[in-house]
Design a protein around this ligand. Structure first.
Ligand code: BYC
Length: 312
């Protein structure tokens, strides 16, 4: 007897309820597949576009050791992009289609990477705050319902926690340094704090995809819960190195057992997400150029693969 559509749907729901992973060959609702392609590909684009602000400091890292560490970190980000593109490809899309959507502005990437890295302290702030925010989100995504995405997250989280520590260590050293170094660290903290909070996306009530993504267990925690977690873990880290978080409303709330914090500038968030942040055009143009410059490598690989086919 053949399975009906309803049987497939029941099996899918049973797996989701039982915390079993959905795998590429399993039946899944078309909207689940599309939502995953959207989120995973945007996650991949973020990893790859995120290489640019840090890449800007490779030739100016203050020592050979710092340069080696930064180079390794940026290569890790490229690797994260590749695991994630591969996870998206298991859902029946091609890498070409995904990159085209990015270039045509149909796919987003994290707003944070549209801000410039103007001093060395920004490299510390990116590792500490941006990777720190990314891990809080990605730890919860290790339990996402789609198997290939969940498994990619496990490895990415291990690498990301090293990234966060290297960023914090840069900030520790600057904060212990002379007055100019400490001021540089404070300035970076002031510029990266609010954009880092924006990484978690709109408030839950404004989040277009959250309700459905939580039901399907693609997302395991809400945007606001994750943002609160990040604030709660980061405030003591800033205090420990004598940096001030630029938020006059930031205050421990004994009753809630969490920090209260000020309002996010959602106009700025919307501006950056819709393509009008400080570096949006530059980031995309750079990606398009790198992609065009790499066309000969892809052509050579395709020609080689074609020659390996029997009867070619
Ligand atoms: N920036 O309904 P919502 C890294 C969009 S990189 C831009 O809440 P969702 C690193 C959202 O896409 C790691 N767009 O969406 C690399 C949606 O638009 P569409 C980055 C944003 O998906 C190098 C609309 O707003 N991490 O660690 O349920 C160096 C409505 O939002 C943003 C990830 O990518 C934003 N901040 O939840 C250093 C995590 N926020 O698609 C470090 C994976 C929202 O309808 N992604 N939008 O056009 C996620 O966890 C979720 O997609 C989000 C948003 C929590 C970001």
């Amino acid at each position: 007897m053949q399975n009906t559509h309803t049987d497939f749907e029941t099996q899918f729901e049973r797996k989701i309820d039982a915390e079993e992973k959905i795998e590429p060959k399993d039946w899944m609702p078309e909207a689940y597949r599309k939502n995953l392609v959207r989120q995973i590909s945007q996650h991949a684009h973020s990893e790859v576009i995120g290489m640019q602000p840090e890449g800007n400091w490779l030739t100016r890292a203050p020592s050979l050791k710092r340069k080696c560490i930064l180079l390794a970190k940026i290569q890790d980000e490229g690797g994260h992009g590749l695991y994630l593109y591969s996870a998206a490809e298991t859902l029946g899309v091609t890498r070409e289609e995904l990159v085209e959507a990015l270039h045509e502005g149909r796919a987003k990437y994290a707003s944070i990477f549209n801000y410039p890295a103007v001093t060395w302290a920004d490299i510390g702030a990116i590792g500490w705050l941006v990777d720190g925010a990314a891990i809080v989100n990605q730890i919860s995504l290790q339990r996402t319902s789609y198997g290939p995405y969940a498994r990619a997250m496990v490895r990415i989280c291990k690498e990301e926690s090293f990234h966060q520590r290297q960023g914090y260590e840069i900030m520790v050293k600057l904060a212990e340094g002379n007055a100019a170094q400490k001021a540089m660290a404070q300035d970076a903290m002031e510029r990266w704090w609010w954009p880092s909070l924006m990484m978690f996306g709109p408030h839950d009530a404004e989040s277009a995809h959250s309700a459905q993504s939580m039901l399907w267990k693609i997302k395991r925690q809400s945007n606001d819960n994750l943002r609160q977690k990040f604030v709660d873990q980061t405030v003591p880290q800033a205090e420990a190195i004598g940096l001030t978080i630029p938020d006059k409303d930031l205050k421990w709330n004994e009753a809630r057992g969490h920090y209260d914090f000020g309002d996010i500038d959602w106009d700025e968030f919307n501006r950056v997400v819709s393509g009008n942040g400080p570096c949006n055009r530059q980031r995309l143009q750079h990606h398009v150029k790198a992609h065009e410059d790499g066309a000969w490598v892809r052509d050579a690989m395709s020609a080689y693969a074609a020659r390996q086919q029997p009867n070619a």
